[in-house]
Design a protein around this ligand. Sequence first.
Ligand SMILES: NC(=O)c1ccc[n+]([C@@H]2O[C@H](COP(=O)([O-])OP(=O)(O)OC[C@H]3O[C@@H](n4cnc5c(N)ncnc54)[C@H](OP(=O)(O)O)[C@@H]3O)[C@@H](O)[C@H]2O)c1
Length: 347
Amino acid sequence: MRTNFNTNRRDFMIRAATLSVVMPTLDACASFGNEQDTPLPSGFGPHSTAAEVTAGIDLGGKTALITGCDAGTGYETLRVLTLRGAHVYALSRTLEKAEAACASVTGPGVKGDATPFACEHTDFASIEACADSIRKLGSTIDILICNAGVYGLPKLELVDGIEKHFVINHLAHFILVNRLLDPVKAARQGRIVIVGSDAAFKQAPDAGIEFDNLSGQHSYTPSKAYGQSKLANGLFALELARRLSRTGTIANVVHPGWVMTDRMHSFLLENQVNPEAAEKVIKTPSQGAATICYVATNGAVQKANGQYFEDCNVAIPGGHMRDTAMASRLWAVSEDLTRDYLIQAAH
Ligand SMILES: NC(=O)c1ccc[n+]([C@@H]2O[C@H](COP(=O)([O-])OP(=O)(O)OC[C@H]3O[C@@H](n4cnc5c(N)ncnc54)[C@H](OP(=O)(O)O)[C@@H]3O)[C@@H](O)[C@H]2O)c1
């Protein structure tokens, strides 16, 4: 996860000591090492890897799509889905990055294939062009994974007047899903997986989405802005699931866990946190991609719609994550903000 923290070291040490501000869920993860053998209903848990949860699953003939394919959990998910035989549409900010990711996960011994696309989330025309190129290929989409995201932008940044976490993490995916919903619905059992976070209820504003502050101009903190964007991910999945309830398509939201991505590693070093100690409470990218891959591919998930998953199992989220009225309002506001880029007003 991109973590542009501007926290100075002293602040960080205080915060890390209380385990409550920079990484508010670390305390919740602290018992992670002790509970690894606790059986969970799916048979998988916090230490399962993407390769383990997809072992024996043949994705030959399936088409998947993932945003943010070049790094972290997105890259690992791309790698494992192609390994299991899927043809993956791999989206990245630039075509060069997407091409490099595709080249490194395909080749001899890999059953699947990967096709690169450029999709810059701060440029809605880029999302529109990407989605339309994909639609022109004429394939159904069995699995659509909204994964790309940013975290902890230290200063308020705006995209067309809207706060940047909200744009990249939520509105961009709202447009992409809107423009590709028909090919997902045309698949026999289409699945939409929204990569959210438990930050949705641990860091979001107390009142939920601040509809009167989507510009961030009234108040801005990186942690709350990220939490709000992740709450938007959860509410988007909830409302999407409601709208899909009479179709064969499902939509769910996933918390991958706190994951040791490149940026997380640099952040720990910058702040002189012992990476070995941190590794005990932070997942590897392969463990982080496990819940995404589980929800995207496991047969048992087909009956789950509008659910929140952690550690490869359904979990009960807190905060406003189940607030259907807020989800409905978010949908309407998102439509207003992206109207020029949507192909249909509503599904
Ligand atoms: N890592 C964690 O601890 C953690 C915890 C909870 C939830 N998550 C969620 O997991 C997802 C993946 O995060 P990660 O940890 O794998 O992070 P990462 O390693 O930083 O990867 C993020 C991906 O998003 C892409 N991205 C960023 N800005 C973009 C933009 N403007 N347009 C298009 N793509 C953009 C990045 O592209 P570039 O490489 O070009 O920047 C990269 O491919 C995110 O939704 C994140 O919120 C992560």
